[in-house]
Design a protein around this ligand. Sequence first.
Ligand SMILES: [Zn+2]
Length: 506
Amino acid sequence: MLGASILMAMALNVPEIVIHEKLPPYPEANRVFKDVTVQLDLSKAKSISFDFTCGNLRPFRGFTLYFKCGSQWIQHDVMPEKLSGSVENFRFPLEEFGVDKLSGANSITNVTAVRFAGTRYTAEETLADVVVKNFEITETPLPKRRVSSPIPVEPLPAKAGERRLAWCHRAWGRDREPGKSTWDEQIDELKRAGFTDILPNMSWAGRAYYKSEVYPEDPTVAKYGDQLELCKAACRKHGMKMHVWKCCWNMGGGLRAPLPEYREKLAREGRLQFDVSDVKTGVPHLNWLCPTHPDNIREETAAMVELAKKGVDGIHFDYIRYNGGGSCICPRCRRLFEERIGHAVPNWPTAVSSVPELKAAWTKFRCDTISSFVKGVVEIVRRDCPNVEISAAVLASSERAKYTVGQDWGNWAKSGWLDFVCTMGYAPWYSLFRESRVGVVLQEKNPVTVYPGIGLSVWPKSDGRNAVRLREQILAIREMGFKGFCLFEWTAEAESNLGIFAGPVE
Ligand SMILES: [Zn+2]
């Protein structure tokens, strides 16, 4: 316990920070903030604490507290765990604000402003309602945080009819390397823990972990066998559904990066995405295929259709979007966009992100480019494989995803192209997960089944609370009326947490 006698907190002369203002729709504002003027010397402070309240957490990705030291800002993320309307006390070591990055005459002896900012997660017009007050410091350091061993939790009660899906980013399953355990063993484990569907990542742009007539086979296939067939056989045996997860456009990086000669060939043929950050070098840096190149569209469509015809239960689109906001500005995308709007764009590519009417048309062009690919795949798969489910991994806010990555999945839902989506809102913080990452799904009301993703494998490992979080988030998803969830992802850590699923039937 942190006794008051150890901490000796002292009030810090910072006025109450109140943010109470209308948030316009997303593209007009990505964040909201308020500054207060102060004159502080933090040189004796070892930690900073304050009380935080937010009346409505749903619009927010998270918050940041800043101190202006001379001309430089230092900062700390503020991620609430308590629900909207609660008062939550935060206490951070001063060193975590990046004090060591202060340069020149900028110093914590001369803090002239305090800023509190909230970053947007959703796109709707709404009210920001935040109060930050009762700033205090301690002059004694906080006890060092230690890595905790996992906190055990009560098994989750089972729920009849719940769909429990798990993504798996490796074609061979939960282990870092192939060959350690079989799909048969792994599917058996998942089935006994009540999982119903596995979504193994068996395909990237230009790479297959199965016998393919479209893409070269990864060397894993020769050494360890056709992973799709092995996983499918295990799913049939144990009664699990299998949806093959394909990374579209994205060729992967690191160990999965494309061979240099293959990548160079694609670059020569104008098949790689060109990002605004590549303008200076003239060389595309992304390992992503351009979604307007006819050969890319043909191959990616053929790969999805090939997967659907392999006797699986479903196919799962991922990276079904642009990498970010800066691509693709290749000459072909430019020409197609100019043809669509009927005139040349001067000051390319800056104009499409700065001139309002061009910006709107560019957003629509990017959305339509991705949507047209989805539609093409869906039409063939619905016709040729009517029993195969079609799903996608999507950004949780469909309204925002249109602007950021050209992913108009709300439109795909309205068009009936998908059987379900799994949203990728992986916050570990309870309130932000519940109210923002999952809350936005309820708010946007897209007409498609949603299984919210749960980000176990991207949460911090050091506090021992991941089993607690997993249980809390599944219970929240149930309370909010969803019919299941999708675990990100099936790993050794997930295996070590399977015990929480062994609860009695309700
Ligand atoms: Zn392009």
